[in-house]
Design a protein around this ligand. Structure first.
Ligand code: GSH
Length: 190
């Protein structure tokens, strides 16, 4: 497998997932300043011209949650997703999508200090934090004792926030981020 990567990009999330899977993979470093992500060769892998992208034989993948779901299926022994039909599977899939459909844009609005318009499909960041806190419950992870790809997708957003010096203002979320950051394979950014 080849991961198209730059440490200052969301590809760090896909790398975290690969490392939690114990996968054997090659890094293809993409220089964003040189716009290597807009070359015909890269666009033939991800037509959107964005990182991350993953190549696995003839399979090409883009969009971080799709990459994480693919890897969770490919490495079932890593137990990074509840199996189809297992309790928690529906909540797991929902959280995977929620991470990019609501958490990420609401965090973006908050960072850029722009008003959130819920008719666009996501709520303001405080409301989204309420949802994540509720889903986390007493944890330690979103699915209880089982660490999953949903923690990678959701947790990585809060880890970026922390890197930018912003705290959630929620003790339970901060303790959750500490727990994730302490994992040996945890996302390394920048
Ligand atoms: N929704 C996409 C977002 C990908 C994305 O925006 N990647 C950024 C890096 S973090 C990128 O490649 N930006 C370069 C560009 O858009 O030109 C995902 O999760 O994979």
């Amino acid at each position: 497998m080849k991961l198209y990567y730059n440490p200052k990009s969301r590809a760090a999330i896909a790398k975290w997932m690969l490392d939690e899977c114990g996968a054997d993979y090659e890094i293809v470093l993409i220089d964003l300043e040189k716009r290597e992500h807009k070359t015909p060769a890269f666009l033939s892998i991800n037509p959107a011209g964005k990182l991350p992208a993953l190549l696995d034989g003839h399979q090409r993948l883009y969009e971080t949650p799709a990459i994480c779901l693919y890897l969770a299926e490919k490495f079932p022994q890593a137990k990074l997703a509840p199996e189809p039909g297992a309790p928690g599977r529906g909540r797991f899939l929902s959280l995977m999508m929620y991470s990019t459909a609501q958490l990420e844009p609401s965090m973006g609005d908050s960072m850029m200090k722009v008003e959130t318009h819920p008719q666009r499909g996501w709520d303001d960041f405080e409301t989204v934090k309420n949802v994540i806190e509720q889903e986390l419950g007493h944890g330690p992870y979103l699915l209880g004792e089982q660490f999953t790809a949903a923690d990678i997708m959701v947790g990585s957003m809060f880890m970026w926030l922390r890197l930018w010096g912003v705290h959630t203002g929620r003790a339970r979320l901060e303790a959750y981020i500490d727990r994730l950051a302490a994992r040996p394979a945890a996302m390394k950014m920048g």
